[in-house]
Design a protein around this ligand. Structure first.
Ligand code: SF4
Length: 438
């Protein structure tokens, strides 16, 4: 079997290389000072690769200046351009970035222009030593793939496979694949399907693992740990990102811990029943890495542990809460609303972290509901695939409220948006059942 190694600005991923840690700036890329500072902070925290938003040509030019500025400070952490939509932007970015991320759901393979422009992109990448990430997201698979396979893990895997085929047709192997979903089981199944397919074809490309829209706090860390550890423990995955709706620097410690703690192991390896940790976050990640994969794969139904934090026994209520969070992240028992919150990026034009906290606070009684909080109207609605309701940033200070894929309210002032979201959920419940029963 051939294992492809991809060089991203000097960091090699794939094959027997270590699992590289990634993060993404959430600053506006044209704010060069802020983005440079966030890159420095992330690099100092241990990020191996940093992504920035390049939705247009002006952001690509800003990225060029950010790169120069970082180099002048002796920081050579590879930069990835997050493009999604436009080939023109991707082609410009490929001259500057170490890797370009495109989302195949936004381009039709059978479209002649896309085919030609993808070849042009590859020619530029070959010339400049730039890698490509084929970044498939659950919820933005494109009409053709969805009609054929549904919005399913197989659809995600098949969408990626088409682009692998095309890259191979153009004799280009510097590609990394990601298949991200906010549902840990969908994410696990999609990667597993793709990995098995690559094995059967005899060529394995590096995989970028991550649970997208994982949220924040303990829930975000645990969800990421369950999804990523489930694959790393099977020897699947070459680079990871823990996406949190927080400062990107906060993503590095959990990512490093998940990676170091999730080396390949047998499914029936003995597990610790007592943990001695320094912080609740460390404990949560270790427990999620140990028990999450077994719960997700239905090898166990429950677990019992004890723990000390800094030599003091953990409170019973904290332990119970942690267990509930792990069970929910593993899709086994739902005791709280399921939140789908993107990490935000250069496309976010409002205080996403604050908005998410407000939504969580006011909807904490809605167990059984999937509620999304997304940073932009461009990608948000497509990517909140499983959400019953969504709070989607439209622009500065304006929010759209969604029921599933339907936009019910638009241009709601941000200060009224959470109440509008609640009003919609409550009126739907009332119309459905004639009474409220949260
Ligand atoms: Fe950025 Fe969130 Fe929009 Fe994705 S949904 S592009 S992370 S703001």
């Amino acid at each position: 079997m051939k294992k492809i190694v991809v060089n991203i600005g000097g960091i090699k991923i794939g094959g027997d290389n270590y699992v590289a840690i990634q993060t993404m700036c959430n600053t506006s890329t044209v704010d060069i000072e802020k983005t440079v500072q966030q890159c420095i902070d992330a690099a100092n925290a241990g990020a191996d690769i940093i992504r920035v938003t390049t939705q247009g040509i002006k952001e690509v030019r800003a990225m060029s200046m950010i790169k120069k500025n970082l180099h002048s400070k002796n920081i050579y952490t590879p930069l990835v351009a997050d493009v999604h939509y436009s080939y023109k932007v991707a082609q410009e970015a490929a001259v500057i970035a170490d890797k370009v991320r495109i989302n195949p759901g936004n381009f039709a393979k059978d479209d002649e222009t896309s085919y030609r422009e993808f070849k042009n992109l590859i020619d530029i990448c070959k010339l400049h030593g730039t890698a490509i990430r084929i970044g498939v997201n659950h919820g933005s698979l494109g009409k053709r793939i969805t009609e054929k396979f549904g919005n399913t893990p197989i659809g995600m895997s098949e969408a990626a496979m088409e682009w692998i085929d095309m890259a191979e047709e153009f004799s280009f192997d510097q590609i990394v694949i990601s298949l991200k979903a906010s549902n840990t089981l969908v994410m696990y199944d999609a990667f597993k399907h793709l990995y098995n397919k690559m094995i059967s074809r005899g060529v394995v490309y590096p995989l970028h693992l991550g649970v997208t829209e994982a949220g924040n706090g303990l829930e975000g860390r645990v969800k990421s740990a369950v999804g990523i550890a489930s694959l790393l423990q099977e020897g699947i995955g070459d680079t990871i990102r823990v996406s949190l709706t927080e400062n990107p620097v906060n993503e590095i410690f959990p990512a490093k811990l998940i990676s170091s703690y999730s080396t390949p192991r047998e499914i029936d390896s003995p597990l610790p029943s007592n943990y001695e940790c320094s912080t609740i976050s460390e404990l949560a990640i270790k427990v999620a890495c140990d028990y999450g994969p077994l719960l997700l794969k239905r090898k166990i139904d429950d677990f019992h542990i004890s723990a000390t934090i800094n030599n003091s026994a953990i409170q019973k209520s904290d332990l119970k809460n942690l267990k509930d969070v792990v069970l929910q992240a593993s899709r086994r028992k739902f005791t709280k609303p399921e939140y789908i919150a993107c990490p935000g990026c250069g496309r976010t034009l409002f205080n996403l972290e604050k908005a998410f906290e407000e939504v969580k606070e006011k909807t904490s009684h809605l167990t059984g509901y999937n509620i999304a909080v997304m940073g932009c109207i461009v990608n948000g609605p497509g990517e909140m695939a499983d959400a019953d309701y969504g709070y989607v940033g439209e622009g500065a200070g304006k929010v759209s409220i969604y029921r599933g894929k339907e936009r019910v309210f638009m241009s709601v002032p941000q200060e009224l948006a959470v109440d509008k979201l609640l009003e919609l959920i409550e009126s739907d419940a009332h119309n459905r059942d004639g009474h409220l029963h949260f």
